[in-house]
Design a protein around this ligand. Sequence first.
Ligand SMILES: [Zn+2]
Length: 368
Amino acid sequence: MSASGFAFETVAEDGPARAGVLTTRHGQVLTPTFMPVGTQGSVKTLTPAEVEATGARIVLANTYHLWLRPGAEIVAELGGLSAFTRWPHTTLTDSGGYQAFSLAERRTLSDDGFVFRSHLDGSKHLLTPEEAMRVQGLLGSDIAMQLDVCPPAGAPREEVEAAVEQTTRWARRSLAARRPEQAVFGIVQGGLHVDLRVRHAAELGELPFEGLAMGGFSVGEPIEEMHRVLVEVAPSLDKRRPRYLMGVGTPRDLLLAIGAGVDMFDCVLPTRNARNGQAITRSGAISIKQAQYKNDPAPIDEACGCPCCRLGYSRAYLRHLFLSGEILVLRLLTQHNLWLYGELVQKAREAILRHEFAAFARSYIEPR
Ligand SMILES: [Zn+2]
C-alpha cells in the first residue's frame, strides 16, 4: 500500500458494470458510490451522522470555497477536513478550477493557470496546478483532483482539443506537486468528441494517477448526447483504477453510467433540489409546494426507509412546513433525497454482485 493508504479493488463485474472496494486512510468505500456535496465543508442542513445514515462513506468538499473562506491554512491548523468537519470517513476535494471559472469575477486563463477575483471580496488569486495541489494538501482530503480546463458546451472542436492538451500538461504538473499522503485523480476532457476523450483517457492512463475522472459532462449539452458519449468513453478508462463521473446527475444518469463501468459520482442535485422543495422518487421528482399535496396524508414514498418517510411525515405537513419557511422540511427532504441515492448505488452494487445489473436498471427506471 502507498503512503496515501489508497487502494482499489474490483470484486465483481457484470458486463462493463463493476462492484469494488476503495480504501483510503479514512476507511473503505463500497463502489459504485455517490458522494454528497459538502460545498463549504458541510452537507447543507445535515450532521455527519445523518449523512452517514444515508449510506454515504465519502463526501466532496469544494476547494475554491474553503480556500477563500475560512482559508486552507486554518483548516490545516485545525487538523484537516476530517477533523475540522467531524466527518470521520473519506473526503474528496475538487481542484477549485470549476468554481474559479464559473463563480469568480474577471477570470482569465493562461498556460500557467486561472487568474481570478474572489466572489466574496474581490481579492486577486492565481490558481495554478501547483497551487491547487498545495491548497488541497492543506485541506487534507484523502483524494485530490488535478486542475483541468473544462470548455463550455458547444465549444468548437479546436477549443476542446486545446483544453485537452492543456489538461494533460497540468496533469503532469499536478503529479509533480503532489503530497505522498494524498491520492490524486486525473480528469479526462474532450466534450462530446468520443475520439478526443478516448485518446485523452489513454494519455492520462499512462500517468501515475490513483483514479481517473470524466469532467465536462452535464455542462448544458442535451442529455442523450451525454449518454451516447459516456457509454462509449467510460469503458476506455483504465479498468484497474476507479472511474469517477463528475457532477452527474439524476438517478437515471447514474444507472446508465454504472452500466458503462463508472464507480463514483457527485452531484448537488439531491441536496440543492431538496432545499428548493423537490423530493426525488423512483417514479420521478415531486415539488412539495404544489397545491395538490395540501391535504395529502401519504408520505413522499411508502417504500422509502428514510427518517422522513419512516416517521410518516405527510406530504401535506411537508408542504405546510415549506410554505411556512420552516428549516425542518429542508433537513427532511435532504435526508430523503440522499437516502434514495444511497439506496440506488447500494442496490446497483448488489445487482452487480448477482450479475443482474441490466434487469435491475430496467426495473428501477420503470418501477413496479
Ligand atoms: Zn424517504
